[in-house]
Design a protein around this ligand. Structure first.
Ligand SMILES: C[S@@+](CC[C@H](N)C(=O)[O-])C[C@H]1O[C@@H](n2cnc3c(N)ncnc32)[C@H](O)[C@@H]1O
Length: 233
């Protein structure tokens, strides 16, 4: 975009075009600066005050804009979610991806939506209660911490987490619990998204998973929006 805006002056311009171009450049720089400033500020606050993402952001998380930036079909494909699977949406929040995953696993599959905050689960509950969603019957909501999952051993084919892992203070305990509830060969998919203030680099996510005994299955996507998929040995 900047390349177009900064086309050399001698090609074809008059003064008003130049002023217009410079104004556009200024607007782009101001927007980028504001985004960067916001990111720095929120990241600083998150470092000083470690807590789950507040429930009031649930509406933003479950917005069309968010899903446009982080499409559900990409999360599903990269995570390896297939029809018939029993899946856990760990740290489901307001359910930005839960309903799409429920459709992807189909009637033979099941989705357990788990979150530590009842206020997040209530938002998902309200969404499920809408008339257009009443045919979706394969989602079960559970309030629990990732560090103490109320499910039997080897009961899941796949656990996926979207912008959650870095929010969990004791990642080791959470990953031990995920290992316990996954069947042998089961998958753990960790998706991260750059605008999230807790965003870790892909290499950091890979290291955490491997350190806790998972085998790297695939690392997909780009810097902005990636999924790392692990397999339980
Ligand atoms: C940034 S939100 C992401 C929500 C959802 N995955 C999404 O992408 O829209 C992180 C969610 O993880 C949940 N969470 C944080 N720590 C958790 C824990 N220890 N156990 C379970 N859920 C947790 C928060 O309550 C919050 O709903």
């Amino acid at each position: 975009m900047l390349w177009i805006l900064l086309t050399p002056a001698d090609i074809n311009y008059n003064e008003s075009t130049w002023v217009l171009k410079m104004t556009a450049v200024k607007i782009v720089l101001i927007v980028l600066g504001a985004m960067l400033g916001w990111q720095v500020l929120v990241r600083l606050i998150r470092r000083l005050h470690h807590a789950p993402a507040p429930a009031f952001i649930g509406r933003g998380l479950d917005s069309d804009l968010r899903r446009w930036m982080q499409p559900a079909d990409k999360i599903i494909e990269r995570s390896g979610i297939k029809p018939g699977m029993t899946v856990m949406d760990l740290g489901c929040g307001s359910g930005a991806f839960t309903l799409s995953v429920a459709q992807a696993v189909g009637e033979q599959g099941r989705v357990y939506a788990v979150d530590i905050q009842p206020a997040m689960l209530r938002q998902l509950e309200r969404k499920l209660a809408r008339p257009e969603n009443e045919s979706i019957r394969n989602i079960e909501l559970t309030q629990a911490s990732a560090g103490a999952l109320p499910f039997p051993d080897a009961s899941f084919d796949l656990v996926y987490m979207v912008t959650v892992l870095q929010e969990i203070p004791d990642k080791g305990q959470a990953l031990r619990e995920i290992t316990r509830v996954l069947r042998p060969g089961g998958l753990l998919a960790v998706s991260e998204f750059l605008p999230d203030p807790d965003y870790p680099r892909r290499s950091t996510t890979i290291k955490i998973g491997e350190r806790h005994g998972f085998i790297l299955d695939a690392a997909l996507g780009n810097l902005w929006n990636y999924t790392v998929r692990f397999r339980k040995p």
